[in-house]
Design a binder for this molecule. Structure first.
Ligand SMILES: Nc1ncnc2c1ncn2[C@@H]1O[C@H](COP(=O)(O)OP(=O)(O)OP(=O)(O)O)[C@@H](O)[C@H]1O
Ligand SMILES: [Mg+2]
Length: 467
């Protein structure tokens, strides 16, 4: 295999031949051109790895020829050959995008060295681009905060199943990030260039929902003045996200079941089946097993959609994520509102850590938006956090009293463990993952504190400021 394809452009025939011979003996594949026109033709016809261009050509100067090359092949490094005493033009050439220059007369060795360096740089640049591409694939996860083991293992599942076409069943309380995970699954899949079409099954009455999903023919029902394509058709080769599937009316359930089984359906009022290739992701905050038992959700549909279940735990069960979510929301809203927010005061953070966030991530996000909007300082204090509607004021007081004000009382051991875990998270947050400091604050020996970390499955590293 040649070491690279090189184009040499010079109107001096002898020099061109000489360079060609030298480069070929160094294992390069060389094309030569004496005229600008031929050189351009060659660049259009094939991708060269590099070109060597004489600065002073007959018709055109080398710089403008180089620019024409770059219009065709922007990545190709160009080495300029200059006559003695035209250093200024050589510098000008570099400014305009030449990789380097070699002054005539030159030692073949010098030219070879320049070529090698340019090609090496080229290889690095394309490697960097390849890596960036990989990073961009990861980028789908970049806006998802996941520090707790629970969330990390969810992201791992998502990346593992994204490339398959299996139906994904996402369940979890309101505001836990079901839609975010559905989108991430689509973006990490081979379908990412195709549409992601979402529909909230709870938001529409039956006929409308069905016509949205499957489309309808003109006149299929009162008001259907023209035929429309349904979401399943729009999402062809992409992903359909059926949100709140637990609220889907029974007759629609039957139709969706048929689509999943047969991969085709009939638009309302039509007898012609439409075949589609879609990946289906569903989400629900209801316990569908219960709905099946009650008879309000079809069991056969449940088994069809319950292929890859992903459970998003409530925020209170993964409090390690809270400080990172706080950071990320403060950054987001800070930059949106052009405020430089450094963080929460320790008291404010304590409130946030001890609160149970029944509305989960969405509630926390809203609280941070409110706090950023209202704050007049660059550190957000306890008062602002308490003002966000959600956090009960009566919880105000020393650490832990808000825990007591929770509505459904837990058995003492559970409550104590929950408190202990929150308390430790809080200390780690305040000490930014410094175990000695956290142990000191707790009045514990380091070794005992480590035991507590182990007991609650916490890692001090998760609390270190990584960003
Ligand atoms: N891990 C996370 N990292 C960053 N943002 C998150 C995370 N989880 C959720 N969010 C944000 O919280 C908000 C709620 O998430 P989402 O809409 O996905 O929740 P949901 O489970 O679909 O809620 P609902 O059941 O109410 O529809 C969104 O703004 C989302 O971007
Ligand atoms: Mg949702």
């Amino acid at each position: 295999m040649p070491a690279g394809k090189i184009l040499v452009v010079d109107d001096d025939k002898n020099l061109v031949e000489l360079v060609k011979m030298r480069l070929e003996s160094a294992n390069y594949d060389v094309t030569t051109a004496l005229k600008e026109k031929d050189a351009l033709e060659a660049v259009k016809a094939q991708p060269f790895d590099l070109s060597i261009v004489d600065l002073r050509l007959v018709r055109q100067d080398g710089i403008s020829l180089m620019q024409e090359f770059h219009a065709i092949n922007p990545e190709m490094p160009v080495i300029i050959l200059t006559g003695h005493g035209s250093i200024e033009s050589a510098v000008e050439a570099m400014k305009r995008g030449a990789y380097s220059y070699v002054t005539k007369p030159f030692e073949p060795q010098d030219l070879l060295l320049q070529i090698e360096k340019a090609l090496e740089k080229q290889r690095l640049t394309s490697e960097v681009r390849r890596l960036k591409g990989l990073l961009e694939e990861k980028y789908d996860f970049a806006n998802i905060v996941a520090k707790s083991e629970k969330m990390l293992s969810i992201l791992e599942t998502v990346s593992r199943i994204a490339k398959t076409d299996s139906t994904v069943y996402i369940h979890g309380e309101s505001g836990t990030g079901k839609e975010l995970i559905a989108k991430a699954t689509h973006l990490a899949s081979a379908r990412k260039e195709r549409p992601f079409v979402a529909i909230n099954c709870a938001a529409l009455p039956e006929t409308l929902l069905e016509s949205e999903l499957f489309g309808h023919e003109k006149g299929a029902f009162t008001g259907a003045i023209r035929s429309t394509k349904g979401l399943f058709t729009q999402a062809h080769e992409g992903t359909v996200f059926l949100d709140e599937i637990g609220d889907m009316p029974a007759s629609t359930q039957a139709k969706v079941l048929r689509v999943l089984q047969e991969r085709q359906f009939y638009p309302l009022g039509s007898e012609k089946p439409v075949a589609v290739d879609v990946r289906v992701i569903v989400a629900t905050k209801k316990e569908l097993e219960e709905e099946v038992k009650k008879g309000s959700f079809r069991e056969d549909l449940f088994f069809r959609i319950h292929v890859i279940p992903i459970y998003l735990p409530p925020l209170r069960e993964r409090k390690e994520d809270v400080p990172h979510l706080v950071d990320s929301f403060l950054k987001k809203f800070g930059s949106q509102m052009k405020k430089e927010i450094q963080g929460l005061t320790p008291q404010a953070m304590q409130r946030v850590m001890l609160y149970d966030w029944p509305g989960n991530v969405r509630e926390l996000e809203n609280a941070m938006e409110y706090a950023v909007a209202m704050t007049q300082q660059n550190v957000i204090g306890e008062q602002l956090i308490l003002q966000t509607k959600s956090i009960p004021r009566e919880g105000a007081g020393p650490v832990g009293t808000s825990e007591l004000s929770q509505e459904t009382p837990k058995p003492l051991k559970e409550a104590r463990d929950a408190f202990e875990k929150d308390y430790i998270c809080h200390l780690l947050q305040v000490s930014q993952g410094n175990v000695s400091q956290a142990a000191k604050l707790a009045g514990k020996y380091r070794a005992d504190f480590y035991d507590l970390l182990k007991k609650h499955n916490l890692k001090a590293d998760d609390f270190k400021k990584s960003q």
